[in-house]
Design a binder for this molecule. Structure first.
Ligand code: 5GP
Length: 206
């Protein structure tokens, strides 16, 4: 019997460093897959279709919504974002952990529907540092930065709904904390029914 993979949700304000943490986790865990979301926002410079996102338009997204093709979806900054259901379930059935880097609305939908999912929220050490990081990126206008900071502020009330909180003060420490969470969660006995069944069979044969 094969052990099913884990569903890992990572959220946090833009500029918290969740993307960098997720990249490090993907390199570290060979059985960790990353779910590429679908979005109606336009690609940014350097982004590739099928790698960063599946880029699409409103009509197609809404058509897929009607077909119940998403595990969760949300409207973030006026654009749709959604997680393809088939990909996630297929990979988990094959025993892989699947990581979703999604916003808080999507994370709450996942938490409600899949209580077994592991949800991590990544925060910067302070709002000042977040503001500084967003300005240093030089990718967003003042207006967009203000929107992102407002969103970060309103999300504070929801953090305790997540299973784990990681403060990204020092990237290396933040990554090692995330690795520790995944390692411990993967060892939970309820996630390892396949191993238990095999052990039972082996012990009966002896
Ligand atoms: P960005 O446009 O900067 O790539 O992403 C904006 C926000 O949308 C980020 O918080 C990101 O985590 C979130 N996001 C990306 N993909 C999904 C998704 O499939 N579902 C949800 N709910 N949020 C997503």
């Amino acid at each position: 019997m094969k052990t099913k993979g884990m569903l890992l949700v990572v959220s946090g304000p833009s500029g918290a460093g969740k993307g960098t943490i997720c990249d490090a986790l993907r390199r570290h865990f060979p059985h960790m897959d990353y779910s590429v979301s679908m979005t109606t926002r336009a690609p940014r410079e350097g982004e590739k279709d099928g790698v960063n996102y599946f880029f699409t338009d409103n009509d197609r997204f809404e058509e897929l919504l009607e077909k119940d093709a998403f595990l969760e979806y949300a409207k973030v900054y006026d654009h749709y974002y959604g997680t393809p259901k088939d990909y996630v379930f297929n990979r988990m059935d094959a025993g892989h952990h699947v990581m979703l880097e999604i916003d808080i609305q999507g994370a709450m939908q996942i938490k409600k529907a899949y209580s077994d999912a592991v949800c991590i929220y990544v925060v910067p050490p302070s709002l000042e540092i977040l503001s500084q990081r967003l300005r240093n990126r030089r990718t967003d206008s003042d207006e967009v930065i203000r929107k992102r900071l407002d969103k970060a502020r309103t999300e504070l009330d929801w953090i305790d709904k997540y299973d784990y909180l990681i403060v990204n003060d020092d990237l290396e420490i933040a990554v090692s904390k995330a690795k520790a969470v995944i390692t411990a969660e993967a060892c939970r006995s309820r996630r390892n029914s396949g191993i238990i069944e095999n052990l039972k069979k082996m012990y009966t044969l002896q």
